[in-house]
Design a protein around this ligand. Structure first.
Ligand code: MG
Length: 352
């Protein structure tokens, strides 16, 4: 088991390892000592696999509560489901000293975190990520949100969890495609911060050591969150590598292209564009695209750039007339470049 301390407006531990789920209840009781009740938020794909064990562990620790089960998938990350969850929390008479637990992927974690942030002006929540993407990214750092009809994550709050428990056994039950999605974010961390991790992924492919690689990604995330918790123009923005184009691809495809696959395409395009503009070491585009392909991830889209521009420019990271784009210099080192609309168009065009 690997423990990582996150220091933000609230400090907490991320624990990663095999067979940790049975310890969930005891950790919840230790971290939220006044808690008597809980709601376990999960989805209909995860509940039959891991819901029973999580409930059992929480109840064995002396906590009373029920599961709240959402249909799986991004389409559930709505304000309507947030209200229904809050109603269920009032229905179960949760108080400010009780806690809620998110067992699942990014949708479950984001929605649960937002419910925790607003319920009675804020209660504790615990993240139990069961997808690779949630383990390396969304469960750590305190960004919580639901989607609005106008776009993803438009209603949200910064609210750090009390604890993150990642039982790597849960990843073994992931559908292959969902695991592949998470690999796109792992590759993103390697391009951003760590040429050693990049080489390891080139060597091992999808058989990379789970615990160590997830922990390494969480450490990188921990470091940028510690420096720029509220994503206020500092280092946290680096995590958007590939994401400006990714969000546009997701929107233009009506979310039929998953987040991970869109991030893979976005990363590949930015690397090719950086190569063509002589902004990065010449090996970068080739190695990044080869690694994405080795993991079964796409590196191209047939959506025309003209259609992608509008959602790219309305992306919430667009500050004034310029957009901050994360561009690689070499494997393990990226920087932010400010571009106006025209520069962005020509840059992306070079990478498509
Ligand atoms: Mg992402």
């Amino acid at each position: 088991m690997i423990s990582i301390d996150v220091r933000a407006s609230r400090s907490y531990q991320v624990q990663i390892g095999q067979g940790l789920l049975p310890g969930l209840g005891q950790s919840a009781k230790a971290l939220c000592p006044k808690a008597e009740r809980f709601v376990l938020v999960t989805d209909d794909a995860v509940a039959p696999l891991w819901g029973g064990r999580a409930l059992e562990s929480l109840r064995a620790a002396g906590l009373a509560g029920e599961a709240y089960i959402l249909p799986h998938g991004e389409a559930s990350k709505t304000a309507e489901n947030l209200i229904t969850l809050l109603d269920s929390m009032t229905g179960q008479r949760l108080t400010r000293s009780d806690c809620i637990v998110a067992l699942g992927g990014g949708m479950t974690g984001d929605l649960t975190g937002l419910a925790a942030a607003v319920y009675m002006r804020g209660i504790d929540y615990i993240q139990v990520p069961t997808t690779l993407l949630a383990a390396v990214d969304s469960s750590v750092g305190g960004k919580t949100a639901v989607d609005l009809p106008a776009g993803k994550n438009l209603m949200g709050a910064f609210w750090q969890p009390a604890y993150v428990l990642c039982d790597t056994d849960t990843l073994a039950t992931l559908p292959g495609d969902i695991f592949t999605d998470g690999c796109a974010e792992v590759i993103k961390y390697a391009v951003l911060f760590d040429d050693g991790l990049f080489s390891l992924l080139e060597r091992e492919g999808k058989d990379f050591p789970r615990e160590e690689v997830i922990a390494q990604c969480v450490r990188f995330k921990r470091d940028v969150v510690g420096e720029d918790e509220r994503d206020a123009g500092g280092r946290r923005g680096l995590l958007n590598l590939g994401h400006t184009l990714a969000h546009a691809i997701e929107a233009c495809s009506d979310f039929s292209v998953s987040h991970g696959k869109a991030v893979a395409i976005g990363t590949a395009v930015v690397c090719r564009a950086a190569g063509k503009n002589n902004l990065c070491a010449p090996e970068v585009p080739e190695r990044v695209c080869a690694l994405l392909q080795k993991f079964g991830l796409p590196t191209e889209t047939d959506i025309p750039l003209d259609r992608l521009m509008e959602p790219m420019l309305s992306d919430k990271k667009h500050a004034g007339s310029h957009i901050n784009l994360v561009v690689p210099e070499k494997i393990g080192l990226c920087s932010m470049r400010s571009m106006d609309d025209t520069a962005l168009y020509h840059f992306m065009e070079a990478g498509m």
